[in-house]
Design a protein around this ligand. Structure first.
Ligand SMILES: Cc1cc2nc3c(=O)[nH]c(=O)nc-3n(C[C@H](O)[C@H](O)[C@H](O)COP(=O)(O)OP(=O)(O)OC[C@H]3O[C@@H](n4cnc5c(N)ncnc54)[C@H](O)[C@@H]3O)c2cc1C
Length: 474
């Protein structure tokens, strides 16, 4: 082995979609000696929070045809589905616009990962640690990942792929509820939908996609009680397929806009046309979505601020739609009053014996509820200074990482390279996934994350080449 053949060690913290796909791309594209260490806790490797749900009834919220794990093969998952289930090619087109169980997607990712592990050769090795990383210590050019079980893992580069944070504790709730078994702060743990009692209703705080997953889980576990949900804007989830015809622009929706005024102009113009023809606005936002990262980066800080204040709520509402089947179930439950969706906030909530007494403000009217449990579905905390993830909290306290713009995720350059609290760029520390929201805005789902994973792998490999250049190696 020559000096330049010394393996470079890349540690990836988090083994969900982003971590695994970055590793797979690295392994597929690297020509040199490479050792990859994946440190993953709690969730099943490759599946993360999203793709090992408790039931097959929870569906993907992106159609099969656009869930491929590789940016140059958006139909890769569709093809896998066809081959796995011996589906005739003639049905492929129909399957492309349908939504499969998220469990199937977990199986797809697990298989991609197993196939990659099988390919390990003499020059590429993978280690997987089922462990929680709690700190990263810098030691000259090396980084040491401190975890709870294994000895420190030494790496030349680290990628943070830690996924979504837990929701923050909701104001209005009595602080003592934090440790009460009737309060569920992690909506992605099965405990929150199990052991439902026959008495008293259930309160879910939040009215988004996680609320829907939780309601369906409760229903499957035999919940007969009324489920109340509450959030400041109320329930506004839309189905993927609008009742209206999809809008098709005769002139094309995209142009060369690079500022907010241009973006607003495009949205308003097509919104008016869609309204005029009684058509759905959804395709407008869908076709703008692949452009939004570039637009966001070209916005001034003031434009970003205006976007967050005036457009983001509408954008998110159109973006995060429900598969039609799930939407039907929720609408039926609402019609039957089994699901009561409130617009408002929790004023107070306090445990009293084996129940919780809650006062809510529902559309301006005070209502008293007695519930058996409260489930927090308010969505991931995006401010890392309040993170429940010990690693992110520790790195923030040390100044190794700091909040991204508008307290959204972690501050990095556009390539995901960490910028410390002192403004120093760290060429050996990176971020992929949702924590790039402040830098890229749209950094949520597979259609954009697969690009990030590929780009990150290519970037790491070019950094490795810099490290290996004769001058650097000496
Ligand atoms: C419930 C849900 C459903 C979704 N459905 C869809 C969908 O249908 N289609 C779509 O495109 N997108 C969907 N998404 C978006 C989803 O977030 C992405 O598709 C993708 O799974 C995110 O991948 P990730 O690697 O960033 O996070 P994750 O897949 O969550 O992986 C992060 C991993 O890092 C681990 N980790 C975190 N901190 C540490 C630490 N300190 N040490 C060790 N390990 C750590 C976690 O335990 C986890 O295993 C969904 C998201 C959620 C939450």
């Amino acid at each position: 082995m020559t000096e330049t053949d010394q393996p470079l060690n890349v540690a990836i913290i988090g083994g969900g979609f982003c971590g695994i796909l970055t590793a797979i791309n690295l392994l597929q594209d690297a020509e040199e000696y490479l050792h990859i260490h994946i440190i993953n806790s709690e969730k099943k490797i490759a599946c993360g929070v999203a793709y090992e749900p408790h039931t097959e009834n929870l569906l993907l919220n992106v159609p099969n045809g656009n869930m491929g794990a590789f940016p140059d093969k958006p139909g890769h998952f569709l093809q896998w589905l066809v081959e796995m289930n011996n589906i005739p090619e003639t049905e492929k087109e129909k399957l492309a616009v349908e939504f499969s169980p998220r469990k199937f997607y977990g199986q797809y990712l697990s298989q991609l990962w197993r196939d990659e592990l099988d390919k390990q050769g003499y020059n590429k090795r993978i280690w997987v640690y089922n462990d929680k990383a709690v700190d990263i210590v810098e030691n000259n050019d090396q980084l040491q990942i401190i975890a709870t079980k294994y000895p420190a893992i030494t790496a030349d580069m680290v990628i943070l792929a830690t996924g979504n944070d837990l929701p923050n504790f909701v104001s209005g709730l009595d602080g003592a509820l934090k440790t009460n078994s009737r309060y569920f702060g992690d909506p992605w743990k099965n405990g929150c939908i199990e052991n439902i009692e026959d008495e008293n209703d259930i309160l879910i705080i939040g009215n988004g996609l996680t609320m829907v997953d939780t309601v369906l889980g409760l229903l499957e576990n035999g919940c007969k009680q009324t489920i109340h949900t509450i959030s400041p804007h109320g329930y506004r989830l839309k189905p993927w397929r609008d009742a209206k015809e999809p809008y098709v622009s005769e002139t094309g929706i995209l142009d060369n806009t690079s500022d907010l005024t241009g973006l607003v102009g495009i949205i308003n113009k097509h919104r008016k046309l869609a309204d005029k023809y009684g058509q759905s606005i959804y395709p407008v936002i869908d076709s703008l979505r692949p452009r939004i990262q570039t637009l966001w980066q070209s916005f001034t800080m003031d434009e970003k601020c205006q976007f967050l204040k005036k457009i983001s709520a509408f954008w998110d509402r159109v973006r995060h739609r429900l598969p039609t089947q799930m939407h039907h179930i929720i609408e039926q439950m609402r019609a039957d009053q089994k699901l009561v969706t409130h617009k408002g906030a929790v004023v107070s909530a306090k445990a009293k014996g084996d129940k919780i007494e809650v006062l809510i403000n529902s559309d301006g009217i005070a209502r008293q509820l007695t519930v058996q449990r409260i489930i927090n579905c308010t969505g991931p905390e995006t401010n890392i200074t309040r993170s429940a993830n010990e690693l992110l909290r520790t790195l923030t306290q040390k100044g190794t990482i700091c909040p991204g713009p508008f307290n959204l995720g972690i501050n990095t350059d556009p390539d995901g390279c960490i910028i410390t609290a002192d403004g120093v760029r760290k060429p050996n520390m990176f971020v992929v996934g949702g924590n790039l929201k402040g830098i890229l805005w749209e950094s949520t789902a597979v259609p954009e994350l697969r690009h990030q994973a590929k780009k990150m792998a290519l970037h790491i490999l070019s950094e490795i080449n810099v490290k290996r250049s004769p001058e650097t190696v000496g």
